[in-house]
Write a protein that binds this ligand. Structure first.
Ligand code: NAP
Length: 496
């Protein structure tokens, strides 16, 4: 930071801070704001509970594929994780427990969906769906990435006589035991659902449009003795979160994805290919499961049991392409009707929405919808020119991949909190990224993103409308460096 920003604070200004969303990042913001002594904070949450994606997703087999001890806040290690890859319900319970422990429930306004957030005369005016209004000096948008289901426009879907739902809106009243279940989509979600249902439903038909790379992983339980040792020894618990093997795997993976032709990416591909060759003896099935694009181009799937599940006598991999949905099931292009009682759409999410459909309006009436008409853009994924004192956690073009997003959000928090301090300490009233900073960042980012494995020729939610990966395209080390302290020449400070 430069001299202008490091000078002594005039005073600590009482600020109203509004956090959008009580998921993983919103909870983090709430805890950190309380810790820093911000006295007037509201977290608006559209649902009745905290947890974000872990609240929304309750499908059978839901598992966090990032190791549990890494998928924890750095300040709240958890000795009680049941296994290396924890079930979704356990992750949800962890967030609920953390909210209680840090005493931030009083900040959260449940069942309050923000529909408008408008910058007027130096402050943000918020309107909730309920009609409630609020005004804030600073906004932290922690609305998540994958929360708007992508429901495919498959001909005939409304005519289906069984039960059909998206994976993130699981209907638990629908019986699965003995049912004929169709699962459309084989991303991380579809793979986990099929793995859970293969021995349970009378038939599971997995509709695959594109084969996926599956990386082998084990998921052992922690023994009671291990958990007792974690509880007794904080240093041991700490060493699990910062497990050198896990960290070096993340480092290796995140470096590998930067270059689609790197030896490291070929090594990862060889492991995944070997896993397929060893796990699936039937050459015809193996051929259907073998992807024809680079490993990790789509988010790599970690699964201990999918290949076993898809070879279960009650499971079938359907690759013929969906022609339409009919009253009794799915008809594929080869003319076959796959009769179903339950149809699960594990078809992913619209990953370019972020705060929207909320109407966010910045300085001089500029609408976020217009600014983002082509694609969502944000300087270093946290700030948008024209939207002063408005910061995002897990915003567009941040790091995504097979690692802990909690870590990413924590690093973004330490960056954002330094910008907030400028306002709080009276250095300025408004802090805003410059257009030049965003343009330079985005130009360099796009050039680098095209070279990453995400841009090497497959379709995935990582890609923007122009087919460019909307991701952080550099190393984790570079991200850490970028998040350590804001470069103040990339911001305008004003006292309007
Ligand atoms: P996804 O990775 O976007 O996969 C969507 C699937 O639906 C793809 O297989 C896609 O096929 C298919 N699909 C979409 N439209 C279709 C259509 N009209 N006809 C046929 N197939 C269609 O979605 P996801 O599996 O829900 O996962 C999204 C992300 O959530 C993951 O990448 C991950 O970041 C996160 N997630 C994480 C975990 C975890 O354990 N941490 C678990 C689940 C999800 P194509 O491949 O052909 O497009």
């Amino acid at each position: 930071m430069n001299e202008q920003t490091t000078r002594q604070p005039h005073s600590v200004k009482p600020l109203r801070v509004v956090v959008m969303g009580a998921g993983m990042a919103g909870i983090l913001a709430g805890i950190k704001l309380r810790e820093a002594g911000y006295g007037s904070v509201a977290i608006y949450e559209k649902a009745a509970r905290v947890g974000g994606t872990w609240r929304e997703n309750t499908y059978p087999g839901l598992t966090c594929d990032v190791p549990s001890h890494a998928y924890t806040y750095s300040f709240e290690p958890n000795p009680d994780w049941s296994r290396v890859l924890p079930p979704g319900a356990e992750v949800q319970a962890y967030f609920e427990r953390t909210v209680e422990k840090y005493g931030i429930s009083d900040m959260i306004r449940f069942n309050e969906e923000i529909i408008a957030c408008v910058f007027e005369q130096g402050r943000w005016n918020l309107t909730m769906k309920s009609g409630l209004r609020d005004t804030a000096d600073i906004i932290i948008a922690a609305t998540g990435v994958l929360h708007h289901p992508s429901v495919p426009d498959i001909k005939g879907l409304p005519a289906f006589e069984g039960k059909a739902f998206h994976s993130s809106h699981w209907d638990h009243s629908v019986p699965l035991d003995g049912a004929r279940v169709g699962v459309v989509g084989n991303g991380s979600t579809g793979v986990q659902i099929v793995s859970a249902l293969a021995g349970r439903a009378s038939k599971v038909s997995h509709f695959q449009r594109t084969a996926q790379w599956i990386f082998p992983v084990e998921n052992p339980y922690f023994t009671d003795e291990q958990k007792a040792a974690f509880r007794a020894d904080r240093a041991l618990l700490h060493s699990l979160r910062y497990d050198p093997t896990y960290l070096s795997n993340v480092e290796r993976f995140t470096n590998a994805i930067l270059d689609a032709d790197s030896p490291e990416i070929r090594e990862i591909e060889a492991i995944a290919l070997g896993h397929l060759e060893r796990s699936v003896p039937d050459p015809a099935l193996r051929a259907k499961l073998r992807p024809d694009y680079r490993v990790a181009c789509k988010r790599l799937i970690y699964s201990p049991d999918y290949y076993q599940a898809i070879q279960h006598p009650n499971a079938a991999l359907v690759t013929d392409g969906i022609e339409c949905v009919e009253a009794k099931g799915i008809r594929t292009r080869d003319g076959k009707l796959h009769e179903l009682d339950v149809l699960v759409l594990a078809t992913g999410f619209k990953a370019d929405q972020f705060m929207r459909p909320m109407n966010v309006v910045g300085r001089d009436g500029v609408k976020l919808n217009d600014v983002w008409a082509k694609r969502p853009r944000a300087y270093l994924a946290v700030a948008i020119p024209g939207f002063p004192n408005f910061f995002m956690l897990n915003g567009p073009t941040g790091p995504v991949g097979n690692f802990s997003l909690i870590d990413i959000a924590e690093q973004q928090w330490q960056y954002v909190s330094q910008l907030m301090d400028l306002v709080r300490n009276g250095v300025c009233n408004e802090v805003e990224a410059t257009q030049a900073a965003l343009d330079d960042y985005d130009q360099a980012r796009i050039a680098a993103a095209r070279k990453t494995v995400f841009g090497s020729g497959c379709n995935s939610w990582y890609l923007d409308a122009e087919g460019v990966p909307a991701t952080w395209p550099w190393s984790q080390a570079r991200f850490r460096e970028a998040m350590a302290a804001p470069q103040m020449e990339h911001y305008t400070l004003s006292n309007a």
